[in-house]
Design a protein around this ligand. Structure first.
Ligand SMILES: Nc1ncnc2c1ncn2[C@@H]1O[C@H](COP(=O)(O)OP(=O)(O)OP(=O)(O)O)[C@@H](O)[C@H]1O
Length: 314
């Protein structure tokens, strides 16, 4: 079900002053706020002061009856805001201020903030599923293995200077020594065996702004999409990537694709893998993952990727 925005929308913009590469975006945010005020919206702006602050601020806004909280930052900030909004009546919006901005891309937003703000003003509201990793919600995906090892070690000062290239540089450095690990996977009770390089558990589709590991994922189907990539080491990764780009899941025996409500990853013989959610390091296996259906209101701009919905009502 899609719902139109009310004319006197109450909106809180929560921004992360440390996000992305641009040093001074407060002026642009003020212009965005004025653009929305001209439409009759009541708009407040609040800066985060530390990691985790966006979750507390979003929770407080939901309790105070705000209609929407717009996360202005990268996907880490979007994740923190949505963790404060799941299960409330307050909708999540996004303004792309981070390094990669995957959710903003999924929502079809321009990377130009004022153009993005104009699109957001034409949004509708709808409810979607989110994922849960341990006790943390995720909007995009959880990554287990190689990508989480990269996320855990990429330096924030390099991200400021190099942007997304900092991830590529770190991936190349880690790839040489990264080995697949035998873990115990259960996907809706089904046992999955083999040496695991990486598992992507996707609520949505886009990964890193370039590739879709979970290309069949929709955000209203009550399921998570699971892409399991197996192998001894990263030398085999380019072949696996070709299979994923061509969507030859399951035709390549080392790339398996599932849709499930729940995924359990247990360690074997003391071996474990790191876990990231929505691009931020979370911890290590063992960990449980599950879908939380129909639990988050979001603002859907007109150019949002329609393939993210199983059914779009007109
Ligand atoms: N005021 C703050 N000071 C320090 N860290 C913060 C602050 N506010 C938020 N953070 C942390 O910064 C992390 C990264 O932020 P965010 O994802 O928004 O930007 P980014 O890293 O530039 O973008 P991307 O996620 O696209 O790489 C968040 O996970 C959050 O915990």
């Amino acid at each position: 079900m899609r719902v139109s925005l009310t004319p006197n929308l109450q909106v809180l913009i929560i921004y992360n002053p440390t996000a992305g590469q641009s040093p001074n975006f407060k002026n642009t945010l003020d212009r965005v706020a004025n653009l929305w005020r001209d439409l009759g919206w009541q708009v407040q702006i609040a800066a985060t002061t530390a990691p985790g602050d966006a979750t507390t601020k979003a929770q407080t806004a939901a309790q105070a009856g705000y209609n929407a909280v717009v996360a202005a930052g990268g996907d880490g900030t979007v994740n923190e805001v949505m963790n404060g909004l799941v299960g409330t009546e307050t909708a999540l919006g996004v303004l792309p201020l981070g390094t990669v901005n995957i959710w903003a891309r999924e929502m079809g937003l321009s990377m130009d903030m004022l153009k993005a703000a104009e699109s957001i003003a034409k949004s509708e509201l709808t409810k979607i599923d989110v994922g849960m990793a341990g006790n943390r919600h995720f909007l995009l995906m959880a990554g287990i293995g190689f990508d989480a090892a990269v996320t855990a070690t990429v330096r924030s000062d390099e991200k400021k200077i190099l942007g997304a290239i900092a991830y590529v540089k770190q991936a190349i450095q880690i790839a040489w020594n990264f080995r697949g690990v035998r873990l115990k996977l259960r996907v809706d009770g089904k046992r999955v065996r083999g040496k695991i390089l990486m598992v992507i558990i996707g609520n949505s589709q886009l990964y890193g702004g370039v590739v879709k590991f979970t290309a069949h994922a929709t955000i209203d189907d009550g399921l998570l999409d699971v892409c399991v990539i197996k192998g001894r080491g990263m030398l085999s990764a380019p072949r696996r990537l070709i299979s994923i780009f061509a969507r030859h899941y399951n035709r390549d025996p080392l790339v398996q694709y599932y849709q499930a409500k729940q995924v359990e990853i247990r360690n074997k013989r003391g071996k474990h893998l790191p876990v990231q959610v929505d691009g931020d390091y979370l911890g290590t296996t063992p960990m449980s993952f599950r879908v939380v259906p129909d639990s988050l209101w979001i603002m859907v701009p007109p150019n949002a990727d329609r393939s993210l919905w199983r059914s779009v009502e007109g």
